[in-house]
Design a protein around this ligand. Sequence first.
Ligand SMILES: N[C@@H](CCC(=O)N[C@@H](CS)C(=O)NCC(=O)O)C(=O)O
Length: 215
Amino acid sequence: MLTLYGVYRSRASRPLWLLAECRTPFSHVPVIQAYRLADPLAGDAPLNTATPGFLAINPSGQVPALQDGALVLTESLAICLHIARKYGGDLGPQSDDETALMENWALFAATAIEPAALEILYTPDDGSADRTRILRAATDRLSRPLARLEAHLTGRDWLFDRFTVADIMLAECLRYGAGHAPAMAAFPQTCRWLDAAHDRPAFQTMWAARLAEPE
Ligand SMILES: N[C@@H](CCC(=O)N[C@@H](CS)C(=O)NCC(=O)O)C(=O)O
């Protein structure tokens, strides 16, 4: 049995979306980030990333984590790739070349997209000149990888010839920055692709569960 640790309001959203696509049975343990709690080690605190029991699973104290029998994985995109390969049917790679390309998209998402997208998400909306400067720089940093993605998606519905785990990994990393209109304005094919990913019933299921969690 698969056990996935991590609340929906975390990078656990990535494997949770994928698991909803696969309809694979799993056990969900909603471990919350310790920094979101006033006293994570209080006796009545919910299971969190500083709880000794969870640190025994992921000593880095971060979610998500996945247990699949004796195997423990603690990186969201490695978790997604593993689930897709083992349980995902054609959501996962069907050849060695597809394996390599899906890993390529995962690393592209994690290195070229996520850092700048997160900077957009976490820059407080305080109207300051500093905010304008940070958002402009993050938008600039996204422009080359997004131009590459835009070219790839032109004439294609998905990254591969079908919807796969690669779309989930990349869409989830880009989601953090996609609300900043100037970052996306030059990339209509990428916006169309992201909207189509978010229209999928499995994304909607994941998103509804996320919205139902306390902020
Ligand atoms: N690269 C890791 C990052 C994991 C991560 O930063 N998780 C956050 C929640 S989204 C967390 O657990 N933060 C708690 C902490 O760092 O103390 C992944 O993609 O899984």
